[in-house]
Design a protein around this ligand. Structure first.
Ligand SMILES: Cc1cc2nc3c(=O)[nH]c(=O)nc-3n(C[C@H](O)[C@H](O)[C@H](O)COP(=O)(O)OP(=O)(O)OC[C@H]3O[C@@H](n4cnc5c(N)ncnc54)[C@H](O)[C@@H]3O)c2cc1C
Length: 575
């Protein structure tokens, strides 16, 4: 059932077994998984069914001086479906090593094992509409699929790994019909959670007694539930916990001081140049389609053995298309894309701008620059036309969309697109500011940082990759040893990956939630979000967010079943 909070009288109190706050990938997967559980579920979503710019003000915040993070409202959406309304759909599971305690990564080690997480990936694939849980060439592609680079094989660099792509599924749309029909699930739109009020005396949080929310500034409502789940995304989870600080200074679950700290996004960069030898060596560069109709793309990953031996963070490399802004690539398609770049999503425009800035010295935007781009388009006009038609067919009109354009390099050379894990760093954090939004909630400040170890690991990972390609004799990776550290230092955070701000840890001394994602010290409050990841892997977070949400659904069902079970009969004492 879908309800609009604006239709409720101010001061209304709603009751449920479970209150989920946030209708993004996490909240909607959780609600869907609990549909037939017998629990009455009430999901509060601050946005409406459709994107409304007037509802986005609460996402505004600031960025700490010196941090290269994007403004906090970018890469987020206040709408049913959350950021999946605009996500890229790239699905990647974590690797087993990501959950291990690694002695070279301080604060690594999840309180759950790989099997606990992996058991939920197949179901998460279904929610993400990303096809089978098969992430390597051998299991995902038909027999006879070509190798990633013909002849390449190396123990340090795994070349047969894939990333899969969701439609991309907007969870607000994909779950709408089903949840509208669900008898036990109520979705309350335009309902913004403001504060959790706990039962405990000052200094001892205790269970949540009620949630205060509002449909508009001054139009309050209250929710009373047996249990609550915060599924508000990796930035809003700490914001709400920090703002609910009546019973515990610094916010709920913050005994360790970890709340809002250890903020990770993945370091993103385009580095070096890989030249195939010879330049026409066959390479599987473009998207391929699996038997179940899912787009997949190859990538290179540092092997677990190389990470252990060299003390590296988990990192992946993809063959990138030539620098789109540089007309020297000679591609009419890339030039056409560059000339219409104002038509693409602002988020991707920003990424493009970052790459351009990094290469500023190489290009002068004079009339020759623009004429060269236009000449590329004219010379390649049949190719551009064919591309335009294919784009309309595969992207605009298709329900499963081609993720993006991959253009083969004319000279067999490709920059590497790099995504790297970051170490959990207490100084990389989000905090509340003195400024408040229209609902009176303190606004956020984001201070995302690259740690010295992030930089060092990425520089050394590039060297490991260079050695691996050199050993194989199939390609040469070049970069300037004198400048690579500076280039790596200019890495930016991947937008939309908001990780680690309410980390999972066995003990309240080390984190915010326990292994079941229950907030330490607040037994009926849970978190479903990348906020709970203790470490970030290189992997895009959504598949794992959904897997953990489904795991939480099973835990909540088990709790309810235990509570509903008749109390064991007392055994009469023998006298
Ligand atoms: C441009 C872009 C591309 C991306 N590409 C990828 C990708 O390829 N692969 C990948 O894995 N990830 C990608 N992501 C990230 C992905 O979108 C997020 O990981 C995912 O959406 C997080 O889901 P979530 O449910 O935790 O949070 P969100 O999607 O942020 O949903 C949170 C929901 O909670 C609501 N909410 C927040 N606060 C409150 C409150 N106080 N009261 C009530 N409701 C509230 C919000 O309105 C929102 O609907 C991308 C993101 C962006 C922006």
């Amino acid at each position: 059932m879908i309800l609009d909070a604006l239709s409720l009288a101010p001061g209304t109190t709603l009751e449920a077994d479970l209150c989920i706050v946030g209708g993004g990938a996490a909240g909607l997967s959780l609600a869907s998984a609990l549909e037939d559980s017998g629990l009455s579920v009430l999901l509060l979503e601050a946005g409406g069914r459709k994107f409304d710019p007037r509802q986005q003000d609460g996402l505004q915040g600031s960025v700490a001086p010196g941090s290269s993070h994007s403004p906090p409202h970018m890469y987020r959406r206040r709408v049913l479906g959350g950021a999946t309304a605009i996500w890229g759909g790239r699905c990647v599971p974590f690797d087993p090593i990501d959950l291990e305690a690694r002695d070279w990564v301080e604060r690594s080690g999840w309180p759950i094992g790989w099997d606990d997480l992996a058991a939920y990936y197949p179901a998460a694939q279904v929610h993400c509409e990303a096809g089978a849980y098969a992430y390597d060439v051998g299991t995902a592609l038909p027999a006879g699929a070509p190798p990633t680079i013909e002849g390449f094989s190396d123990p340090d660099l795994i070349a047969d790994r894939l990333e899969r792509f969701s439609r991309p599924t907007d969870f607000g749309k994909s779950t709408f019909a089903r949840l509208t029909a669900a008898r036990q699930v109520r979705i309350l739109l335009n309902a913004q959670a403001l504060r959790l009020v706990t039962e405990g005396a000052a200094g001892q949080a205790g269970p949540v007694q009620r949630l205060e929310a509002a449909s508009a500034p001054g139009r309050g409502l209250t929710v009373r539930a047996r249990r609550y789940v915060l599924a508000t995304g990796g930035l809003e989870v700490p914001r709400l916990l920090m703002a609910s600080d009546e019973s515990r200074r610094g916010g709920l679950g913050n005994e360790s001081g970890a709340l809002g700290r250890y903020y990770m996004c993945h370091a993103e960069n385009t580095l070096g140049r890989l030249r195939l030898t010879p330049s026409n060596r066959p390479v599987a560069l473009d998207f391929e389609v699996t038997e179940d109709g899912t787009y997949v793309r190859r990538k290179f990953g540092l092997s677990a053995a190389a990470q252990r031996r060299e003390g590296l963070l988990n990192t992946i490399f993809r063959l990138h298309y030539p620098l789109i802004a540089d007309p020297a690539h000679g591609s009419g398609v890339l030039s056409a894309m560059y000339l219409v770049k104002d038509a693409i999503l602002p988020e991707y425009r920003r990424k493009l701008a970052t790459i351009e800035i990094a290469n500023r010295g190489r290009m002068v935007r004079d009339s020759r620059f623009w004429l060269s781009h236009m000449a590329n388009v004219v010379k390649d006009s049949p190719g551009v036309l064919k591309f335009g038609q294919a784009w309309l067919r595969k992207r605009t009109f298709a329900s499963r969309k081609l993720p993006f354009v991959v253009v083969r390099s004319r000279d067999g050379s490709y920059p590497l697109d790099v995504n790297a894990e970051q170490v959990p760093n207490a100084d990389s954090r989000v905090t509340l500011t003195g400024e408040r939004d229209a609902y009176g909630l303190p606004r956020l400040q984001v201070d995302w940082r690259l740690h010295r170890q992030d930089i060092d690991s990425l520089v050394r990972s590039m060297r490991v990759a260079r050695d691996a390609f050199a050993r194989s004799g199939t390609a040469t990776l070049t970069f300037d040893d004198a400048t690579i550290e500076d280039e790596v230092r200019a890495s930016t955070p991947v937008g939309g990956h908001h990780i680690g701000t309410a980390r999972m840890a066995e003990s309240p001394r080390d984190g915010v939630v326990d292994a079941h994602c229950a907030v330490h010290g607040v037994p009926n409050l849970y978190v479903a979000s990348a906020a709970v990841f203790p470490t970030s892997s290189h992997a895009n977070p959504t598949l794992t967010i959904v897997a953990l949400a489904l795991r939480l659904a099973d835990h909540l069902k088990a709790c309810a079943a235990r509570e509903a079970a008749p109390a064991p009969k007392a055994v009469p004492e023998l006298t």
